[in-house]
Ligand binder design. Structure first.
Ligand code: WT7
Length: 692
């Protein structure tokens, strides 16, 4: 405790930096920190001393500047990167207020750069060519490989040359449907090198979902592999791509080529279905190309990638990120939130099919010249100790994962963890959903031996990078709280009417003014962009999350307030699942809600009514689940199907989800007012069926 006290004292005696942001002062300078009721976890004195941001004062100093002078703050950082030409007079320009015209966000406009150049060429030039960029760990424990920065550069250039040769030009779209092979970041970087826009589709999405994305962004080329092994299961990815491509060409969108990597350990060439003229084996052609390739210089505001995410309608949203701001933001957030140092070995368990894999497997770490682990398999194969085996094998120092993984390994028992040393670890991270304090504690005490701070990073596909996150050496953490805003981010909590609320409060989490990593539009649908994110609370970006702020100014995320469910950190729109269910010929209506789930955070609970005269059977239940797996992907399969003779509706025909949520989570004494229902007896019927 001596260290803790020293820490506390030094915090309390430094009035510097306070002032501009009154609500932060409470925690950093206030008496309440000492209060016994607060569950505060302090970084060790040694950790803080070596950290980039070693104290609340240092944070406040930097944070204040980032808010008072965003242009100056971010252009100083941007100057550390390579720009072919510097940006114009104005570092950024923005309008986040729908009442004042179109929403517009621009950073470093007029600046000419290339993110692939900054990830690779720049690191090689600064003497890191022989440093390992990627360590790849296969599904089987004895299958692995690695690439230095120079080798990665050569692979990326070869593929970039192939893409150019196959007609891919600046601003063309490339769909990437690959598992966690090195070829996945290689393809992303190759696209970036020639100014093409990548759109990675998570290789757990179904053919139907892939088709939807192909139809929306009309890629020049699709890059995939024949199959992947995840644990003991072999997934035939090429078959899924084939189905999507043949369907899309029947709908008038034909993709010229399908570049296919032979993932030998999962499936041999000979066993792969092939369409001559369209399909190309990666290994046959790509290695023949030259190992250098000129970069295509792009404007900071030229598009870098599209990534589809779920919203409250059935149609996925193509989140568009541009180059310059995203580059500066992912690099900077990575450096500070993980207190990254050159000697770190970094492992993020996310798949590159999600935003976490874009910003914090690929771009953020490589921009910092980091050594990154890519893992092809699942966390419990061959057994639940696999993660810690990998940590020891590569001497991982920063380990970034999701609460769902923490909870599932926690359930499997401590022996799987304590069997391994883990002494290389120094920083842990969490992302995807709120981490419950008991999982936080287990992660901290058992995995990190009570030594490693946890960065609980709150952010979204839309935000590009971390928004609210601990800086691990700077202040004490509270298990379950994402703590304070990153530099340049002004989170506000608003009430129903969009009025900002101060102090201890809870409400809707919004952001005031832009940050460099913000998304610029929804692909092909700027109206939906404005309607979804900027109209609900004019003047602010609305996150879709609920949030409370405690007396010390710490932020506590409370989950989505819209029709989005968060299953194991994957965002799924209730409308998407409903539309899959009603596409089943025997399903008349569906209403989907999220329920608490011990491991996944939220589970999917689906109420269905059937076509007149159809009996509800076990076979029908299975085929309803299957239709969701086929249309979205296995990760979206409902946990529970609840047959309903009819659904609770208002007299105007609107389904009352509030009531369904209560029934699904068995909170029957909290049903609220049901008198506005067209037929209140429906509720009793459903409750009776829930127990059967
Ligand atoms: C939604 C965004 C950002 C990468 C992974 C998911 C939830 C994310 C946290 C966190 C509480 C979190 C939010 C957010 N979320 N991180 N640390 N604490 N909630 O990206 O698919 O865009 O989902 O995930 O609800 O809105 P995404």
């Amino acid at each position: 405790t001596t260290n803790h006290l020293r820490h506390l004292e030094s915090m309390a005696t430094h009035p510097s930096g306070a002032g501009k942001i009154p609500r932060l002062n409470a925690v950093i300078l206030g008496e309440s920190l000492a209060s016994e009721e607060d569950d505060l976890v302090f970084p060790s004195h040694d950790f803080s001393q070596q950290a980039h941001v070693p104290s609340p004062q240092k944070y406040l100093e930097m944070y204040n500047r980032s808010i008072v002078d965003p242009g100056g703050f971010w252009s100083d950082i941007a100057a550390e990167f390579y720009w072919k030409e510097k940006w114009g007079q104005q570092v950024y320009s923005e309008n986040l207020d729908v009442t004042k015209g179109n929403i517009k966000i621009e950073w470093f406009k007029g600046g000419i750069t290339n993110i692939c150049y900054n990830c690779l060429d720049k690191n090689i030039e600064s003497g890191n060519g022989d440093k390992v960029a990627l360590h790849w760990e296969g599904n089987e424990p004895d299958v692995d490989g690695s690439l230095t920065y120079r080798q990665l550069f050569e692979r990326v250039c070869q593929l970039a040359n192939f893409l150019k040769d196959n007609g891919v030009k600046k601003d063309d779209t490339v769909i990437i449907y690959l598992p966690m092979l090195m070829e996945l970041p290689i393809t992303m970087l190759a696209c970036a090198r020639i100014g093409a826009v990548h759109s990675v589709v998570f290789a757990g999405y179904s053919a139907e979902s892939l088709l939807q994305r192909i139809m929306d962004c009309k890629p020049k080329i699709v890059v995939t592999c024949n199959a992947v092994k995840r644990g003991k299961k072999v997934l035939n990815l090429k078959e899924i791509v084939d189905a999507a491509l043949s369907e899309s060409s029947q709908n008038g969108i034909s993709v010229d080529s399908c570049l296919t990597y032979e993932n030998e350990s999962a499936m041999k060439k000979e066993d792969t279905k092939w369409q001559k003229g369209r399909d190309i084996w990666w290994q046959d052609v790509v290695p023949k190309y030259p190992t250098t390739c000129d970069v295509v210089w792009v404007d900071a505001e030229d598009p870098l990638f599209l990534l589809y995410t779920s919203g409250s309608t059935g149609k996925p949203k193509g989140v568009l990120h541009t180059t310059g701001g995203y580059m500066i933001y992912t690099a900077t957030t990575f450096k500070y939130a993980f207190d990254y140092k050159e000697s770190d070995i970094y492992w993020c368990t996310a798949d590159c099919g999600w935003i976490t894999g874009h910003s914090y497997v690929t771009y953020g770490p490589l921009l910092n010249g980091a050594t990154v682990i890519l893992y092809e398999g699942v966390p419990n194969y061959p057994d639940s100790g696999r993660c810690w085996e990998i940590v020891d094998k590569y001497k991982v120092t920063i380990f970034y994962t999701a609460p769902t993984l923490v909870r599932s390994l926690m359930r499997d028992g401590n022996e799987y963890v304590t069997r391994y040393s883990r002494k290389s670890l120094r920083v842990l991270g969490s992302v995807g959903e709120p981490i419950n304090p008991s999982a936080w504690r287990w992660f901290f005490n058992v995995v990190g031996d009570s030594r490693c701070p946890i960065s609980d990073t709150w952010w979204q596909t839309e935000t590009g990078g971390f928004m609210i996150t601990p800086l691990p050496g700077a202040w004490p953490q509270k298990p379950g709280s994402a703590t304070f805003p990153f530099f340049g981010v002004e989170p506000v909590i608003v009430d129903e009417k969009g009025k900002e609320i101060e102090g201890e409060c809870s409400g809707y989490l919004c952001v005031k003014s832009s940050w460099p990593g913000a998304f610029r539009t929804l692909y092909g649908d700027h109206d939906r962009y404005e309607t979804t994110y900027f109209k609900p609370f004019p003047g602010y970006y609305f996150s879709g999350d609920g949030c409370s702020r405690d007396k010390n100014g710490y932020h506590w995320l409370t989950g989505r307030v819209d029709d989005v469910i968060n299953v194991s950190g994957h965002r799924i729109g209730t409308a998407e699942v409903e539309s899959a269910l009603v596409s089943h010929p025997q399903c008349a209506e569906a209403a989907v809600v999220g329920v608490e789930h011990e491991v996944k955070g939220q589970g999917i609970y689906a109420f269905v009514t059937l076509v007149e005269g159809v009996p509800y059977t076990e076979d029908l239940r299975k085929s309803l689940v299957l239709v969701v797996r086929n249309q979205i992907g296995a990760f979206a399969a409902p946990d529970r199907i609840h047959w309903a003779p009819s659904l609770p509706k208002t007299r105007s025909g609107k389904i009352m989800r509030r009531i369904l949520r209560k029934i699904a989570s068995r909170q029957l004494d909290e049903l609220g007012d049901i008198s506005t229902l067209a037929d209140p007896s429906v509720v009793d019927q459903l409750i009776a069926l829930a127990h059967s």
